[in-house]
Design a protein around this ligand. Structure first.
Ligand code: GLU
Length: 441
């Protein structure tokens, strides 16, 4: 049974980088007919907020990434305390009292001597009396996991065979001086307890994975299959971290990006497969293959989402936009015909309003000086309203006959007189929808 999880910390809004992680885990679970767990990593009481947890759920719901179970770490603190006791009993957990400033100094010294800045385990040398003295002076220390200095190996679902020397990594702090349990141990306990079989996350977690494999083993568990996807960069390869705040999923939603456009894009960028717009979640599931993803940083350009959004909308029947059309006040009997005209001329749903306004109110005509006379004459031949399917062809035929104009010289001034624009919907289809013509006869 395949069980995956998406484990965001509810300390902010989800952005495109988080989505990649969520989507991969979701698709793996669905493809295997397994379970997808939403786990809220909320052990930091100061930064975790219920409104962010709600927002995360809303964003996932918007995208159709349904979870089978939701778990919150803040309600599982007892389990983490038990695990800590187990590590203590196994001699793999030790208290340390260095302040951040002291640690920083140690790191600087090591770097000056050309050594890697790894915690020197000075706390392991403390006698009981020294520990008592530090405890009296500084209160509770942090609790570090004592890594076993051996190579840590795993076969990564994306990176391939990985081997990390545990001696090159600092013993991770798992519990803070104030007692706050940190992600590194909480995650391990949960992954084991929840039977997680596959963990996909960003490559910024590779070192965590190495230490977590040892912690899992020290607790008597079995490591899940790990895979680390590359991190997103901007279109020029620049770091995206600073801009992620502007790439929140809710902003994309607000800007009219369609869920399937976004998901189709995210399910393919960074892989050797071409980006294809998928018509359903099932198609995304069927077409997903983790082994197709590369290790190089993945370029992401938010502008790429809009052509896909347009393509998605062009393929939609009127039922997909009924609510939008009702909200705009498009009369029911016109909705079909209106949508056929509008959908080919929009990028996002927000653009639908432009075309409805044109149909309902008419457009300020755009008439070039040299065409003024021609247009005035043409308007005397305009068929009576309401227009029909043949109004445009009838009108242009009559104007051609009367003036001798043809081709672009005939059609363009008439289009601009009726719509105020050079481009736009097929005039034959648009005319029967026009309620008002503002060009004067
Ligand atoms: N809460 C962690 C994060 O957002 C989860 C990482 C993981 O998937 O283990 O980075």
């Amino acid at each position: 049974m395949t069980v995956t999880r998406f484990a965001p910390s509810p300390t902010g809004y989800l952005h495109v980088g988080n989505l990649r992680t969520a989507l991969f885990n979701y698709l793996i679970a669905r493809k295997a007919g397994g379970t997808f767990v939403l786990r809220l990593d909320d052990t930091d009481p100061e930064r975790s907020k219920p409104e962010y947890a709600d927002a995360i759920k809303q964003d996932l719901e918007w995208l159709g990434l349904e979870w089978d179970r939701v778990e919150t770490q803040s309600s599982r603190l007892d389990l983490y305390a038990d695990a800590a006791d187990k590590l203590r009993a196994a001699g793999r957990f030790y208290e340390a009292w260095e302040t951040p400033v002291e640690l920083d100094l140690k790191r600087k010294k090591q770097l000056n001597m050309g050594k890697p800045p790894v915690y020197d385990r000075a706390a392991l040398e403390l006698s009981e009396a020294e520990k008592e003295a530090l405890r009296a002076e500084r209160g509770s220390g942090v609790w570090r996991f004592k890594l076993e200095h051996a190579r840590i190996n795993w076969t990564d679902g994306i990176l391939g065979d990985i081997s990390i020397d545990a001696a090159s990594v600092s013993d991770p702090v798992l519990i803070r001086g104030d007692g706050q349990v940190l992600y590194t141990i909480a995650s391990v306990v949960d992954d084991t307890d929840m039977g997680i079989t596959h963990v996909v996350r960003g490559s910024d977690h590779v070192t965590n994975t190495a230490t977590q494999i040892q912690i899992i083993e020290a607790l008597g568990g079995t490591a899940p299959n790990f895979a680390h996807h590359s991190l997103l960069t901007g279109p020029q390869g620049e770091a995206l971290s600073k801009r992620l705040g502007t790439l929140a999923l809710r902003d994309l939603r607000e800007n009219g990006v369609e869920p399937l456009a976004l998901l189709s894009h995210m399910a393919r960028i960074g892989s050797s497969d071409p980006i294809e717009l998928r018509a359903s979640m099932q198609e995304l599931v069927d077409g997903f293959d983790l082994s197709r993803f590369g290790t190089a940083p993945t370029k992401f350009d938010v502008d790429d989402l809009y052509p896909l959004t347009a393509k998605h909308l062009h393929a939609q029947g009127v039922s997909a936009v009924r609510a939008d059309l009702h909200a705009l006040g498009v009369p029911s009997e016109m909705q079909d015909a209106f949508w056929r005209v509008a959908r080919e001329n929009i990028t996002t749903r927000r653009d639908i309003a432009t075309w409805w306004t044109l149909c309902r109110d008419g457009a300020e005509p755009d008439i070039d000086a040299e065409d003024a006379e021609f247009v005035a004459e043409a308007l005397t031949l305009l068929p009576a309203m309401p227009f029909t399917d043949t109004s445009w062809s009838d009108w242009t035929a009559a104007v051609k006959e009367k003036t001798g104009r043809k081709g672009r010289g005939l059609f363009m001034p008439l289009r601009k007189a009726l719509t105020g624009m050079q481009h736009g919907p097929d005039m034959g289809q648009l005319m029967p929808l026009l309620q008002v013509v503002r060009a004067k006869t």
